[in-house]
Design a protein around this ligand. Structure first.
Ligand SMILES: Cc1cc2nc3c(=O)[nH]c(=O)nc-3n(C[C@H](O)[C@H](O)[C@H](O)COP(=O)(O)O)c2cc1C
Ligand SMILES: [Mn+2]
Length: 484
């Protein structure tokens, strides 16, 4: 059950489970961003920054809202103490239900809401009042949109999309945004621009973390992420209709803008630290939004989630959990039997390295699994390695997986998929280029099926024996034996 209706209630809940720290007097110029990285690597609690250096008290930032399994569970409404594996399994079952019931929870227009507590229009708009950090040392500017929800409407179908696309603060009324080719928001914008028409855009800079997760997830085209959110909550999301664009803005959001991107207007955007842990896509001219209206609550809270290398960003953690669930689903839907576990670790940004465990059941089962895992919708984009392991290997234990690679794989039997879907964010593609494809390697770290039973047995005592001995002698070890 989801226990919060907005960011403030989420903060209360996080505090209740011991996953919130309030920190005062930090400098948004690189100090906040560095704390985010250190705290991320420690799978730390959510950080609520107040009294930021150079800004008004009460103008706050929340970061690391999804950097460990407790806060992820809280946000999805799952039992907080549940482990990563249980959460992936639970989300896998729920994701299918949510997609199909989203249509029953269309967002609900309301005439009032906390987001309307402060309204600025036209030349009165001033985004400089918010403590917008310089997150990473090599960034080309300050990014107001990291845990952001960018709202656009398909000019043909009227379907609304919500996507997390980075937003740079150019000046008090102007924000630049970068959307990769193929993303839903990009397709909307391209349609307007192809007709020479301006593209209306709304952006939410402070939402609760669940809204952020859904904005940054590949929800199927044609389903509005706000409706999907309604399906998870079991009730429609209340929205106000923006006065400039008519686009929906959650009534309980903290900070939002709306405005127009014009087809002829471009400004240099980037570079910005990316989820691969590099600056691969560099900077370039991109469209920007001239802000027509700014809305914010009293004592507003910006949601920050700057990408970085592996766990140094909370998006590394939560995406590992959520993408593992989605990919697991897709592989099963493709008809692969006896999948016993799947994990997309944070060091690969949840995309570049995927581990699938199977109970091998017929010749070619491992090959089929590896190729499908590499090429489903949730798995294909910017993938690199898929490792298939047997069901005695724990895919969540990288030491175990690497042992399987070392002892069960034969490099000459790896498969290579060529000309796969990649993009400008791939650090291994040298730019400029006209070829945004990469290759994917599939490592079969499994006992060969045809001599499975003859494969040298594992020289580790059985789980049953180990558990028995562990429970008998643990008490003699003065707390030094943590697990088996
Ligand atoms: C912190 C963070 C930042 C992101 N920044 C961008 C970005 O700048 N541009 C982009 O195209 N996708 C970005 N993404 C990925 C998209 O949010 C993701 O692909 C999402 O599915 C897009 O929504 P859509 O499927 O409705 O297009 C980012 C994701 C996260 C978690
Ligand atoms: Mn979408």
């Amino acid at each position: 059950m989801i226990e919060f209706n907005d960011m403030r209630e989420w903060i209360e809940q996080a505090n209740k489970i011991g996953e919130l720290k309030v920190i005062e007097g930090v400098d948004p110029n690189l100090e906040v961003g560095t704390m985010v990285q250190i705290n991320g690597k420690n799978e730390g609690p959510a950080l609520l920054f107040d009294k930021l250096k150079g800004y008004k008290d009460g103008f706050r930032i929340v970061t690391n809202s999804l950097g460990n399994i407790k806060t992820v569970n809280l946000t999805f409404g799952l039992p907080v103490e549940q482990g990563i594996r249980e959460t992936v399994e639970a989300l896998r079952l729920k994701a299918g239900e949510w997609s199909s019931s989203a249509k029953d929870f269309p967002s609900k227009p309301v005439s009032a809401g906390p987001i309307l507590e402060n309204v600025e229009k036209g030349d009165g708009v001033d985004l400089e009042k918010f403590p917008v950090p310089l997150w990473h040392e090599l960034d080309g500017g300050r990014y107001i949109g990291t845990g952001v929800s960018v709202v656009t409407r398909d000019p043909d179908t009227g379907v609304v999309n919500v996507g997390t696309y980075r937003v740079q603060l150019h000046d008090r009324r102007t924000v630049g945004f970068y959307i990769s080719p193929g993303k839903h928001g990009r397709m909307h914008r391209d349609k307007y621009f192809a007709r020479g028409e301006p593209c209306p855009v709304a952006m939410v800079f402070g939402s609760d973390p669940l809204t952020y997760i859904l904005s940054a997830s590949e929800i199927p085209q044609g389903i509005c992420e706000f409706d999907y959110m309604g399906a998870i909550r079991g009730e429609s999301v209340p929205i106000i209709e923006g006065k400039v664009t008519g686009l929906p803005i959650p009534a309980n959001a903290e900070i939002a803008i709306e405005g127009i991107a014009h087809p002829q207007d471009f400004r240099f955007e980037g570079p910005f630290g990316e989820w691969t842990g590099t600056y691969a896509s560099k900077g370039r001219d991109e469209p920007f939004v001239k802000v027509g209206a700014l809305y914010y609550r009293n004592n507003p809270i910006l949601l920050g989630s700057p990408p970085s290398k592996g766990l140094a960003s909370d998006q590394g953690f939560w995406r590992a959990v959520w993408r593992s669930a989605l990919l697991y689903n897709e592989i099963e839907r493709a008809g692969i039997p006896n999948v016993t576990g799947l994990w997309c670790p944070a060091f690969g940004g949840s995309r570049l390295f995927t581990i699938v465990a199977i109970k091998q059941s017929y010749p070619g089962h491992a090959t089929e699994t590896g190729h499908v895992a590499s090429q489903t919708r949730a798995g294909a984009y910017l993938g690199r390695y898929v490792v298939v392991v047997d069901d005695d290997i724990n895919p969540y234990d990288i030491e175990d997986v690497m042992w399987a690679i070392c002892t069960r794989s034969d490099p000459k039997e790896m498969d290579i998929i060529k000309r796969a879907w990649s993009g400008p964010l791939d650090p291994r593609i040298r730019k400029p280029t006209d070829n945004y494809t990469n290759s994917h390697g599939i490592i079969y770290a499994v006992k060969p099926y045809e001599w499975y039973d003859d494969f040298p047995p594992t020289a580790l005592n059985s789980k049953e024996l180990t558990e028995r001995v562990f429970s008998r002698w643990k008490k003699h070890m003065g707390g030094r034996w943590k697990n088996i």
